[in-house]
Write a protein that binds this ligand. Structure first.
Ligand SMILES: [Zn+2]
Length: 500
């Protein structure tokens, strides 16, 4: 490929990234400050940008540039990654007919309406027919993209490229087997009490800002605002925003959300944007993104040294709270078996994900019929978590994802926890002062390590390779189980039996 062709390709792809950045800003605005009456116009604006972006991607010149790039004998590391990333995206977009795209869009829209209604009335039968359509169309889409591969893996690829179904199947099975006894041991120990409120909101915002800045979040390249559900964005250079949902009665869930989104935004703020247009200046996968949020939220943010640092910050903003570090540490690490994924603690959370992964896989391998989902769901909750949903609204209907055909999305949450545990274990060895630093609120060396090994790499390699380069051949399942037993041992006094 000629240098001029490479320059033309990256200029063209750079424009797609800019369009996506604009869509991102509009989406952020929609969830924060947009007046309600602008919803119709906003939909039109986003649809136009989305069409422009799609047309640029499937432009025949992109196919020609891609072929030239793939045939190029001595590509550098960025060009290599571009050939891989662009090749995948381009073939995914081109492989699916516009007719199938339309049918899927209609099914998603029907799916969302049916799911709302089904959840409200707790009646799975309202959702079942359209869910069946969504599964069938997703299978058709997977076959159109690559008929030679496991359909679930093709769907998984849009979130976690480079991760195989087989690796997930084996990691999740081992993790499940290790988590069930931990959760049983915790359930048999005396319960921990949550922190009592209320916590004045203005003071909470100041505290959340101080904690985000303390971790290294650059407020000159981002901002923190309120939204119904916390989220983070990355719109391009100098623009990685976070939001929080703070409530007077629950200090720690609001703060945990902020630390989580800060972790995502630190990743975005650390990606070299000079790579605009190469496909390399982006996060490598959803699972890797989630590893960054969960590393800060859980591994660092629920540790005893962090609780010491945080207790001082809380005392500054709430002088009358008299909260000591030990009480805070125990409250940060409460574990409770529950029905709802989004309310789950860091230990039980993974079982909520594993249930969904196992069911999705069974659906796509034809081992489970849609009509049998509620019974299969309830059975797994009973055996893995020891709880039985009293109705489908608090069971199989609780999450929105399937109504949008987002099959293959859930695993990224637990993949994030697995990667985060190995990052933590590696950092502990590489940085002997790690926990002293955390206790003093010095997070710079930790962030620098993540910048070098994760953020700065961008999408030069696929996520599993980035993780392997960073942590060596570590066993993520063992790292996560060892960490959870150790942390929960300090809170609940549970001891890991040998052989578990
Ligand atoms: Zn997240």
């Amino acid at each position: 490929m000629e240098d001029t062709e490479w320059a033309a390709l990256t200029a063209h792809l750079g424009e797609i990234e800019i369009l996506e950045g604009i869509m991102g800003v509009l989406g952020w605005d929609e969830q924060t400050f947009m007046p309600r009456k602008a919803a119709g116009l906003r939909g039109t604006q986003q649809a136009l940008l989305s069409r422009l972006s799609h047309e640029r991607l499937v432009d025949p010149r992109v196919g020609a540039w891609l072929a030239a790039l793939e045939a190029h004998p001595d590509r550098d590391v960025v060009q290599n990654a571009c050939a891989r990333n662009l090749g995948r995206t381009y073939r995914r977009e081109r492989g699916v007919s516009s007719d199938l795209v339309d049918r899927l869009a209609r099914a998603r829209s029907d799916g969302f309406q049916a799911w709302i209604e089904a959840k409200k009335t707790s009646n799975f039968e309202v959702f079942a027919p359209v869910l069946q359509r969504l599964v069938d169309l997703s299978r058709e889409r997977a076959a159109a993209i690559d008929p030679s591969r496991h359909p679930y893996e093709v769907l998984l690829e849009q979130f976690d490229p480079g991760t195989s179904v087989e690796s997930l199947r084996s990691m999740f099975a081992r993790l499940r087997a290790g988590l069930v006894p931990l959760i049983e041991a915790i359930a048999a120990a005396p319960a921990q009490t949550p922190l009592a409120g209320p916590w004045e909101l203005e003071r909470q915002w100041a505290l959340n800002r101080e904690v985000a800045a303390g971790l290294g979040y650059d407020f000159e390249g981002g901002r923190l605002d309120a939204s119904e559900h916390p989220f983070s964005t990355g719109h391009g250079e100098g623009d990685a925003r976070i939001t929080a949902h703070l409530t007077p009665d629950d200090l720690l869930s609001g703060l945990g959300g902020t630390i989580h989104e800060t972790g995502h935004a630190l990743y975005e703020q650390g990606i070299p944007r000079s790579l605009l247009g190469t496909t390399v200046g982006e996060a490598a996968s959803f699972g890797l993104h989630e590893s960054q949020s969960r590393f800060w939220e859980n591994y660092i943010g629920r540790s005893r040294p962090f609780a010491g640092w945080l207790a001082d910050r809380i005392h500054t903003h709430f002088p009358s709270s008299r909260l000591d570090a030990d009480t805070l540490f125990r409250a940060l690490n409460r574990v409770e078996r529950g029905l709802i994924r989004v309310k789950a603690d860091e230990v039980t959370y993974n079982l909520h994900v594993i249930v969904r992964f196992e069911l999705e896989l069974a659906l796509f391998e034809g081992r489970l019929a849609v009509k049998d989902l509620p019974a299969a769901w309830n059975e797994k909750y009973r055996t893995y978590l020891g709880v039985t949903p009293p109705d489908d609204a608090r069971g199989v209907l609780q999450d929105v994802h399937w109504s949008g055909a987002a099959f293959g999305y859930f695993p990224s949450y637990t993949l994030g926890n697995l990667y985060a545990a190995s990052f933590g274990a590696t950092l502990e060895a590489a940085l002997p002062t790690l926990w002293d630093d955390v206790g003093r609120g010095h997070f710079g060396d930790i962030l620098a390590w993540l910048r070098t090994h994760v953020h700065g790499v961008g999408h030069r390699f696929e996520a599993p390779e980035i993780v392997k380069n960073a942590v060596g051949g570590r066993d993520h399942v063992e790292d996560l189980l060892a960490y959870l037993w150790r942390r929960q041992g300090a809170v609940y006094g549970v001891v890991r039996p040998s052989g578990v």
